[in-house]
Design a protein around this ligand. Structure first.
Ligand code: DGP
Length: 112
């Protein structure tokens, strides 16, 4: 298995998990860019949002709802946060396994 997030999900690599269910996990980013920086990740290996289909519509909704739930649990929902996904080279995606960055805990810049 050469996907780093598949290895994290398989517990072959350590991570600080904040959420797990049968389809989705969330763990803290190894290089946090904000006081709260969590990655919301499908267990299933999907490269990016461009690999999703109409059949994934409900699943995408669940990913967003899990992100909002973790934001509330982490205490950043009231002041606001960013929930974003990078895609491909121009999007500066470095790990080719779909993930949403949940970032908050300070006023973010346009860059981060
Ligand atoms: P992106 O550039 O959008 O593909 O974001 C990938 C993020 O994943 C980046 O912020 C660093 C983080 N990351 C990379 N490898 C690991 C790891 O092994 N563990 C954890 N917790 N985060 C990782």
């Amino acid at each position: 298995m050469d996907c780093v997030f598949c290895r994290v999900i398989a517990k072959e690599l350590p991570a600080d998990f904040v959420y797990e269910d049968d389809e989705i996990v969330a763990f803290r980013d190894i290089h946090p860019a904000a006081p709260v920086h969590v990655l919301v990740v499908p267990r299933r290996h999907v490269t990016s949002v461009t690999a999703l289909t109409e059949a994934d519509a409900a699943f995408v909704g669940k990913l967003v709802l899990v992100g909002a739930r973790i934001a509330r649990e982490q205490g950043i929902a009231d002041n606001g946060f960013r929930f974003s996904t990078n895609v491909g080279e121009h999007g500066r995606q470095s790990v080719p396994h779909l993930h949403f960055h949940l970032m908050g805990g300070r006023k973010l810049t346009t860059e981060v």
